[in-house]
Design a protein around this ligand. Structure first.
Ligand code: SAH
Length: 351
């Protein structure tokens, strides 16, 4: 057995690798090694979650953002993007449609839009909870005060997605002129402490990102042990300072997804929209490499194109209904079973 195969076997058996081992693996693997890695990741997923793929209805409720992340198409400095904000009633209408389509997790994502104050969010969450007592509500609204996170949890938010974006402090600071590396991590820790199921994660193929940086991303996740892990390729947007950069590849991203499955085996890992944007079968490949969640977009079609974190995002013109049935058919064709339940993480719920 080659040393690469030994390392992969060790990762499968122990769910652990050092930073040095991960870096070595990232820099020296062959196409065949990659297939072995994906097979181990798939087996690990099956051990923890069976063949199930969980669906989440994603509502992108505002593209207004006070931050200025260099990679992001809805950064504050982009004057070309047409801004929108759904009203609380508009969000409830999306939930209603999502519920009728069978979704039992709603993910409410937005730019950092402070029009949505703590009070408005509390009222919105109460209304969602009242109409749909059994659903899981996930927020992805960026950095707020701990006290705000507490109030939102108290009225029924269950989960919170906040990617750490990159574990390299130097790279983080270059990419986030309006944000602090420590703040992001402090938010993630606070969310976990409060009792949310927390999602962290990162982008692959950021300018200047090294294999050691990516190894550090996985080590950080291993230590933080989030419930959810979002990993997607960086896709350059033409109205950002990173327009001329190369971006992440599908292979590099799949390798990170598979390693995340091996190192944090009980996590929920989405096959991200960004992967689906790079390749028509990108999300299917991710499911074969250890991912177990798909997040169909249920944002109203009238504003959907404006939530352009990157360009050519898939699903722009789909009606939510089309989306739901098309999803189900390709997921089944890939050999998995759609599960429309809440789909809590195994770390959170003793099964
Ligand atoms: N404001 C929220 C939601 C961010 S958008 C927050 O701060 O958490 C969700 C994710 O999209 C980001 O965390 C980032 O990882 C990803 N993203 C943004 N721009 C991108 C790009 N150009 N290519 C790929 N992913 C991108």
């Amino acid at each position: 057995m080659s040393d690469l195969h030994n390392l992969l076997e060790k990762a499968y058996r122990t769910n652990d690798l050092t930073k040095k081992e991960i870096t070595y693996l990232l820099e020296n693997h062959s196409d065949v090694d990659r297939e072995v890695l994906y097979a181990y990741a798939l087996k690990t997923k099956q051990k923890y979650y069976g063949n199930k793929v969980y669906l989440r209805g994603l509502i992108e409720f505002s593209n207004i953002c006070r931050q200025d992340c260099l990679y992001c198409g809805i950064r504050a400095s982009n004057t070309k993007v047409e801004r929108y904000r759904l009203s609380p009633e508009g969000i409830l209408a999306c939930c209603d449609q999502g519920y009728r389509l069978g979704y039992r997790t709603f993910v409410l994502q937005s730019g950092e839009d402070l029009w949505y104050t703590k009070e408005i969010l509390v009222e919105l969450l109460q209304a969602i909870r009242k109409s749909y007592p059994e659903v899981a509500i996930t927020l992805s609204i960026g950095e707020r005060r701990t006290e705000t996170y507490q109030s939102l949890f108290a009225v029924g938010a269950d989960r919170f997605l906040m990617r750490h974006e990159t574990a390299s402090q130097e790279l983080y600071e270059k990419l986030h002129p309006t944000m602090q590396f420590e703040d992001r991590r402090a938010c993630l820790s606070a969310l976990k402490e409060i009792g949310y199921q927390v999602g962290a994660g990162f982008m692959v193929g950021l300018p200047g990102q090294t294999s050691a940086d990516l190894a550090e991303d996985l080590r950080y996740l291993k230590e933080f042990h989030p419930d959810m892990i979002g990993i997607g390729p960086f896709i350059p947007h033409s109205e950002t300072p990173l327009r001329a950069e190369k971006g992440g590849t599908i292979e590099a991203t799949l390798v990170m997804v598979a390693l995340a499955r091996l190192l944090i085996p009980d996590s929920l890992i989405p096959a991200t929209t960004a992967l689906g944007t790079l390749h028509p079968q990108g999300r299917e490949f991710a499911l074969q490499a250890g991912a177990n969640v798909v997040m169909p977009i249920i944002t109203p079609v009238s504003v959907r194109k404006q939530y352009a974190l990157y360009e050519n995002k898939i699903g722009g013109d789909d009606q939510p209904e089309d989306c739901r049935y098309r999803l189900e058919s390709w997921i089944q064709a890939a050999g998995f079973d759609v599960d429309l339940g809440r789909g809590d993480s195994r770390q959170f719920v003793a099964w």
